[in-house]
Design a protein around this ligand. Structure first.
Ligand SMILES: C[S@@+](CC[C@H](N)C(=O)[O-])C[C@H]1O[C@@H](n2cnc3c(N)ncnc32)[C@H](O)[C@@H]1O
Length: 228
């Protein structure tokens, strides 16, 4: 698995070269049917509720922040950020999101969240300028990337000095291995592994964060690292 990954190129021409195993490209895993299956799967575990709970209670978002959701899928994190901005009556916050899979982006658009700059892109080759974002959030995407070091370096390039990134990562457990096999057989990392990779990608400060008590079961699924 994870045989190779190619970028989409800055011209955004679709070269479908991210392979998750010998036959299946990630776009095929998250095609129209895959999106529906994924959405039902995460709803079953109240994952959108837990993500929203974390964003509302643990994530610092400020006026005029530029926020990027990396590997946004159908938009669980983007929606939580959007609602948090509304609820806190923040002003001037600009949201962007990208994903490599066109069908995931179509599912995202169905949510009709106004004002989010949505793009199709490979994390390895992002169409954003250096130091564009105050806050980058990413959930359950890095597990699919063949070169996680390159992906994190690419995200770091887009983060402003002093900006923050929140990584939501599935734990490396047999149960997760089994549950996620139909979803591209992702490669999960331990907290120690992820912390080391973040350091080699240039992140100087990392801090483990937990889901609040009101969404405690997501601490069994995964963990959150805040990095800057
Ligand atoms: C498990 S889903 C997570 C989606 C969303 N972040 C969430 O939390 O529900 C993984 C997502 O990562 C995307 N993805 C995988 N490899 C990617 C890459 N190289 N660049 C951008 N997105 C990628 C997939 O298309 C898919 O939408």
């Amino acid at each position: 698995m994870f045989a190779r990954s190619g970028g989409l190129g800055r011209d955004n021409s679709m070269r479908r070269t991210t392979i998750v195993n010998d036959e299946t490209e990630i776009h095929e895993v998250y095609d129209e049917d895959g999106c529906v299956r994924y959405e039902s799967f995460v709803n079953f575990f109240f994952y959108p509720y837990g993500i929203r709970d974390f964003v509302f209670k643990r994530m610092r978002i400020e006026d005029n922040d530029r926020v990027l959701d990396a590997g946004c899928g159908f938009g669980v994190l983007s929606r939580a950020v959007h609602h948090s901005v509304e609820r806190r009556a923040l002003s001037g916050v600009e949201q962007s999101a990208f994903d490599i899979s066109p069908d995931m982006l179509s599912a995202f658009r169905k949510m009709r969240l106004d004002g989010i700059d949505l793009r199709q892109s490979d994390v390895i080759d992002l169409p954003y300028s250096d130091a564009s974002f105050d806050l980058i959030v990413t959930s359950a995407m890095l597990e699919h990337v063949p070169e996680i070091e390159g992906a994190l370096a690419s995200l770091k390039r887009c983060l402003k000095p002093g900006g923050k990134m929140y990584v939501f990562m599935s734990r490396k457990t047999r149960v997760n291995d089994f549950l996620f096999r139909p979803f591209g057989d992702p490669k999960c990392y331990s907290l120690e592994e992820l912390t080391d990779i973040l350091a080699s990608a240039g992140f100087k400060n990392t801090r483990r964060r937990r889901f609040p008590l009101s969404s405690f079961w997501l601490n069994i699924w995964g963990y959150v690292v805040e990095a800057s």
